[in-house]
Design a protein around this ligand. Structure first.
Ligand SMILES: NC(=O)c1ccc[n+]([C@@H]2O[C@H](COP(=O)([O-])OP(=O)(O)OC[C@H]3O[C@@H](n4cnc5c(N)ncnc54)[C@H](OP(=O)(O)O)[C@@H]3O)[C@@H](O)[C@H]2O)c1
Length: 231
């Protein structure tokens, strides 16, 4: 495990759910944070909660449905931090539950823009700089969703993100930049719904595992947060 004390992490979708837990977990390890959501007001309470945590905090807003806003946000994160060490691409949307074969193209469009294209753009901006610096941890949050064709636009967007990570892995080998996938498990969040079997807090400590990997770890790893849960 690496020491992230004093490093900088960009956590997208940090205002609630998984992203908030990841931010709290990294803060506990002394990691400075760029907290992202759609509006800075959404991360204000988390930033206030972390005020005395002894870390530096910056807040950025961008609607990831707008890929140009995603690019600007990633650039700003680099500038504000002096260099992002950890990208936690967590923000995502779930499309409405619809009968198979009825989802409108817009569902696929929205899902791919927020869940795939913007996270990739964030990587496009920051990962080349990580490679120059010789260090980076990139975590793209995926899903173990399967056999739910009613959520197809969401499910195929996560499959695309998986493919992105798997196919980049070889290029990152030996660079000091390690890119991984994290499946948080089915959690009671706004996205996961109230029927989910797991409390959002159960995503820790597992969600931090891919952020704390040693340099010798290979990219392309698929980590399931629920496998690391306490108790
Ligand atoms: N919960 C589950 O059961 C589950 C299962 C498998 C995978 N996941 C994955 O885990 C990740 C987090 O999910 P969650 O359950 O924590 O979701 P959540 O509670 O709904 O939180 C979503 C976060 O993403 C941000 N966000 C949403 N739409 C956005 C947009 N258009 N632009 C920018 N930010 C946006 C939200 O910011 P605002 O506050 O500004 O809206 C919020 O911080 C996602 O990648 C999801 O696919 C979740």
């Amino acid at each position: 495990m690496i020491d992230v004390n004093g490093k900088w992490a960009l956590v997208t979708g940090a205002s609630r759910g998984v992203g908030r837990q990841v931010a709290l977990g990294l803060a506990e390890k002394g990691c400075n944070l760029v907290l992202h959501s759609r509006a800075s007001a959404h991360t204000a309470s988390l930033a206030a909660e972390l005020k005395n945590a002894g870390i530096k905090i910056r807040e950025l807003s961008a609607d990831l449905a707008d890929t140009q806003a995603a690019r600007r946000m990633a650039e700003q994160a680099e500038t504000l931090s002096g260099g992002i060490d950890i990208i936690y691409n967590n923000a995502a949307i779930m499309t409405p539950w619809r009968e198979p074969f009825t989802a409108p193209p817009q569902d696929y469009h929205d899902s791919f823009t927020v869940n795939v294209i913007s996270p990739i753009i964030i990587c496009d901006v920051i990962v080349p700089r990580m490679l120059e610096r010789g260090f980076g941890r990139v975590i793209n949050v995926t899903s173990g969703i399967q056999d739910q064709p009613e959520l197809m636009p969401y499910a195929v967007s996560k499959a695309a993100l998986d493919k992105y990570v798997k196919d980049l892995a070889l290029r990152l080998s030996g660079t000091g930049v390690v890119m991984s996938l994290l499946d948080p498990g089915w959690l009671r969040t706004d996205l996961g719904g109230s029927q989910a079997p797991n409390a959002v807090e159960s995503v820790l400590p597992g969600a931090l595992v891919p952020a704390l990997l040693n340099d010798t770890a290979e990219s392309g790893g698929y980590y399931r947060a629920q496998e690391y849960r306490n108790g």
